[in-house]
Ligand binder design. Structure first.
Ligand code: NAD
Length: 251
């Protein structure tokens, strides 16, 4: 496949999990790809790597400027860096709320702000935000995380409206539970990791976790010049968790 031939892409949080799979896939499909991450030390050529913290506007601006110079432009921005939080609305203090919203929401704002002038110069500009099923379904113990991803969903729609006439498409993916190092850390911290994994698998009608490659494939679909009519959409990649209502097996 070569739909990304000649295009340049920047993936935040591209050193691990969904971001890494996305950076690898876009490169395999012909893009020149830069990764922006807190710790990009594991990123290997042909990917370019830039250290930046999406909560630090100066570091984002410097990394985006350096990446655009080295890539020779920018066509695709994947806003994927994010952190999790657990608990009900009673459980996280103000500092934790500020921290998670700073990474998951303002992080998208900062990279988009730094990238937009460059995207306007592209004939195939696309932004894809990594949102979550937590934006569209009420999940227990995820008050703060869900609020942050709900904001990402609304921001995706607002940005799509603001920039459609500039030729910049903006969409998001809503993954279910994805088998990434992040979920591995959550499982490791559970009292019974095997039972916890089984519960997460059973929650998704496909009976398994989503793979990072499957989310990367959806991000590439939305970012591709072949999807030029798709903007302001949220693509579920959740094993049917949002849309399906199954009866218990065998009944
Ligand atoms: N894994 C899941 O089940 C799941 C489900 C739905 C949505 N998501 C979303 O997918 C995205 C990626 O998750 P993942 O599972 O691949 O996680 P991950 O922890 O494997 O990777 C996240 C990457 O983001 C980077 N990062 C974190 N904070 C950063 C910051 N302040 N500045 C720059 N980089 C930063 C990390 O260094 C890491 O490389 C997140 O936005 C997450 O909310 C994940």
């Amino acid at each position: 496949m070569s739909d990304f031939e000649g295009l340049a892409a920047l993936v935040t949080g591209g050193a691990s999990g969904i971001g890494r799979a996305t950076a690898d896939l876009l490169a395999a499909r012909g893009a020149r790809v830069a990764v922006l991450d807190l710790d990009p030390s594991s990123v290997r050529k042909p990917l370019l790597a830039y250290r930046a913290d999406v909560t630090d506007d100066a570091s984002v601006r410097a990394a985006v400027a350096a990446a655009v110079t080295d890539l020779g432009g920018l066509d695709v921005l994947v806003n994927n860096a994010g952190v999790g939080a657990q608990g009900t609305v009673e459980d996280n203090d103000d500092e934790q709320w500020r921290r998670v919203l700073d990474v998951n929401v303002l992080g998208v704002v900062r990279t988009s702000r730094a990238a937009l002038a460059h995207l306007r110069a592209s004939a195939h500009a696309a932004i894809v935000n990594t949102c979550s099923i937590a934006a569209t379904a009420g999940l227990p113990q995820r008050a703060l995380y869900s609020a942050s991803k709900g904001a990402v969903l609304s921001l995706t729609l607002a940005m799509a409206a603001d920039h459609v006439r500039e030729g910049i498409r903006v969409n998001c993916v809503n993954p279910g539970t994805v088998d990434t190092p992040w979920v591995g850390r959550l499982l490791d911290a559970a009292p019974d990791p095997v039972a916890e994994r089984a519960a997460l698998e059973a929650r998704q009608p496909t009976g398994r976790l989503v793979t990072a490659a499957e989310v990367a494939s959806a991000i590439a679909y939305l970012a591709s010049p072949l999807s030029g009519a798709t903007t302001g959409s949220a693509l579920a990649v959740d094993g049917g968790m949002q849309g399906l209502r199954l009866r218990p097996a065998g009944r």
